[in-house]
Design a protein around this ligand. Structure first.
Ligand SMILES: [Zn+2]
Length: 281
């Protein structure tokens, strides 16, 4: 047992490097590369599993609207008016963009994850400056399987995690948003903020605590959406998010975990590619 300690320590140090990245050896992908929907056609119809109760369904709908309201209603990102059955295909895109109340949890995802967004798409321009992941399909799974309590009411009595806060964050990933850096690695422009203020400055902070309530996308989050999906035609024409002609890109399945223990893991094709991002994407 004793001989293992230095190795454990080493792994810990690697995981906590200022860059915040853990890249699989041999992996050529750029973990900082942004994610963006391949077809920028909105709203995306996000089907809500029928296994959510009425309060939970309403909470999810409200957060879908919160993303649309975030840009002064110039873009409706989500259509959340339909429901779907209580089943999901965790291994392949099934044609239904869904948010699911997961009562069984995928065996390859940490039990400490409150929720995950899984993205299927293609990684384009690998190794180049304009590398990106084109999203083709995404689902959100909320973890009702491993003992977390989610509060979907507004009675001010918070037991467990605020469902709206969790869902708003996952919907951000669904739209292609990454995380803001953790407080310790915050960018210079946020240097003057204390930890509480900084965490409040984005709904894409990598962790959520129980009883924490963040139900409105913040300017930082909105800026990224505007950049990705609402730029002027002229800017869009010059968008770096274009694949090379006749190169289909590499199929990827990305799983982003939102965890209760403050760590957010990103896995691509089963391999850990990062723990948290440095820049908002
Ligand atoms: Zn996240």
């Amino acid at each position: 047992m004793r001989s293992l300690l230095p190795l454990n320590l080493f792994i810990l140090l690697v995981a906590c490097t200022p860059s915040g990245q853990v890249v699989e050896s041999g992996s050529a992908v750029n973990p900082e590369a942004p994610y963006i929907w391949e077809k920028k056609v909105f709203p995306k119809t996000l089907q809500i599993s029928t296994s959510f109760n009425e309060d939970e369904t309403d909470a999810i709908k409200e957060m879908g609207l919160a993303w649309s309201d975030s840009v002064n209603n110039t873009k409706t990102f989500f259509n959340v008016d339909s429901t779907t059955k209580n089943s999901y295909d965790v291994d392949s895109p099934d044609g239904v963009l869904g948010i699911y109340k997961a009562i069984t949890w995928p065996s390859d995802v940490s039990k400490a994850a409150l929720a995950i967004t899984q993205i299927y798409g293609r990684r384009h321009n690998i190794g180049e400056a304009n590398e990106y992941v084109g999203i083709e399909h995404a689902d959100i799974l909320v973890n009702y399987a491993t003992g977390f309590e989610f509060d979907s009411t507004d009675d001010g009595q918070y037991d467990g995690y605020d469902l709206k806060t969790v869902v708003l964050h996952e919907m951000g990933h669904f739209l292609g948003l990454g995380h803001v850096p953790k407080y310790y690695y915050r960018p210079d422009e946020d240097e003057q903020l204390n930890e509480e203020e900084y965490k409040a400055s984005s709904v894409m902070y990598p962790s959520i605590s129980s009883r924490e309530v963040k139900r409105i996308p913040q300017p930082k989050d909105i800026d990224v959406l505007v950049e990705k999906y609402l730029s002027s035609p002229a800017v869009a024409m010059a968008s770096p998010f274009k694949p090379k002609a006749n190169v289909p890109g590499e199929n990827v399945k990305i799983v982003i975990e939102l965890r209760s223990d403050g760590e957010c893991l990103h896995k691509e094709n089963g391999a850990l590619v990062r723990r948290h991002q440095i820049k908002i994407k």
